[in-house]
Ligand binder design. Structure first.
Ligand code: HAM
Length: 420
């Protein structure tokens, strides 16, 4: 026997038993986004590699280590499975000139790909729902994006999630801070690990994000970006905080919130839970005023976020909000030629009236068929034998409660099944 081929490590099947939760989430997201005027956009899963190098940044973990990139056999182009949605969304907006008609509130959802070490909550194919507000200078829209998330957590029954915010300032203040940080780190060169030394001049801010405990002291003593902040960025950050407070949204300021993508400036934020272990960031985002220009468009401000769907769903379950499995209303069992005809007619009749009806397929006697009806989870078995066929009636047997089996005409059946 040939060996069973398995899925790629870190890439998961989403099985029928999990689907009710996924579909509940997807429907909630659609309604929630529409409620805020965000419109759906769907981008291809494959893009030119250069798009991500230019936007996420060449010296980032994602671009250096985690992208699924390959050469297109047919024309030699370097292509990449998207590791995130922001770059693709901005590309699509520019390519189709969407900003021509004014600012855009857009959202997307779908699989993303990162070649990370798989563990609970961290996958190589995972799903994101992301929102991007393009053409808005903020900070009102920054606050609204954050408030939107808080509302979604409520709708999903999620608790135990906290908000961290920070600011990265303007390009100029970051350049100032960068130079100060490099000077500081150079003074402690001997205590930096190999990764940090390599990044010292290319991406010193990322060094502050290091998990290496031996560098903790150096990192804690490093100059803070908040001290180098330009006036406008400071005002932006203060106004954001004022709106959040006015809206009753709790937050903590994290001066070290760096994020793993280079396109951010000013506002950055993360939603973090303590309930999911090491992979506790369920949603993250921020402002990226330079990205549109970087990708080749006319300068436009923008802000957005993306959430990890697997993590949000895991948190829903942790919070006791699992969604019950949707069950069929009726499972129709039948035997004999005349009964078959009536069975087909019955399922059609029930479905036309909005009921879910499974027609038993595959033959077998009534006992075997009844077992299948029970296993299907259906609320009722509809039984059609010679007797019923002759009388033009069907028998209905409740499967989930101790109630009598009844025999009725088709017209009555749908009413009976709907009412109970
Ligand atoms: P990100 O922080 O790289 O940001 O990812 C956003 C969220 O995706 C994370 O907070 C996490 O919940 C989820 N996530 C990331 N990697 C994985 C993984 N390997 N397995 C499971 N979940 C994961 C972005 O992607 C930005 N595009 C967000 C954004 C939108 N910023 C502005 N607009």
């Amino acid at each position: 026997m040939p060996r069973i081929i398995q899925a790629i490590r870190g890439m998961n099947d989403i099985l029928p038993d999990q689907i009710d939760l996924w579909e509940f989430f997807e429907q909630t997201v659609r309604d929630w986004m529409a409620g805020y005027g965000y419109r759906n956009i769907r981008m291809p899963i494959l893009e030119q590699t250069d798009l991500f190098v230019r936007s996420i940044g060449a010296v980032t973990d994602i671009v250096e280590k985690e992208m699924y990139s390959f050469l297109d056999n047919l024309n030699g182009d370097s292509l990449t499975l998207r590791p995130e949605g922001t770059a693709s969304c901005v590309r699509a907006v520019l390519e189709h000139n969407l900003l021509y008609t004014g600012p855009q509130r857009l959202y997307y959802s779908g699989p993303m790909f990162r070649h990370e070490r798989p563990q609970k909550g961290r996958y190589r194919q995972f799903h994101q729902v992301g929102a991007e507000a393009l053409g808005y200078a903020g900070p009102d829209i920054d606050a609204e994006l954050i408030a939107m998330c808080a509302e979604l957590w409520r709708k999903l029954g999620i608790s135990d999630v906290r908000l961290e915010i920070g600011t990265l300032g303007s390009t100029e203040s970051r350049a100032l801070h960068r130079a100060r940080l490099i000077r500081y780190l150079e003074r402690h060169l001997g205590k930096l690990d190999e990764d940090a030394r390599r990044r010292l001049h290319s991406n010193p801010l990322r060094i502050l994000d290091s998990k290496n405990s031996e560098m903790r002291e150096i990192i804690d003593g490093a100059p803070q970006l908040l001290d180098d902040l330009d006036e406008d960025s400071l005002a932006h950050f203060e106004e954001l905080q004022r709106i959040l407070r006015n809206q009753g949204l709790d937050f903590e300021i994290n001066p070290r919130l760096v994020r793993g993508l280079d396109y951010y400036n000013r506002t950055v934020f993360e939603w973090i839970t303590g309930k999911l272990g090491a992979q506790g960031t369920i949603c993250a985002g921020g402002r990226y005023d330079g990205l549109v220009e970087q990708i080749g468009g006319k300068a436009a401000s923008a802000c957005g976020f993306a959430m990890g769907v697997e993590r949000v769903l895991a948190l829903m379950i942790e919070c006791g909000n699992d969604i019950p499995r949707a069950v069929p209303d009726a499972y129709v069992i039948h035997q004999g030629e005349a009964a078959d005809g009536l069975a087909w007619k019955t399922v059609r009749h029930l479905r036309d009236r909005g009921l879910n009806a499974i027609l038993h397929c595959g033959g077998g006697n009534f006992k075997a068929q009844m077992k299948k009806a029970d296993a299907s989870g259906a609320r009722f078995a509809v039984i059609i034998g010679d007797d019923e066929a002759q009388a033009g009636e069907i028998s209905i047997k409740p499967l989930r409660e101790a109630a009598e089996q009844v025999r009725v005409g088709l017209a009555e059946a749908a009413i009976l099944l709907k009412r109970t």
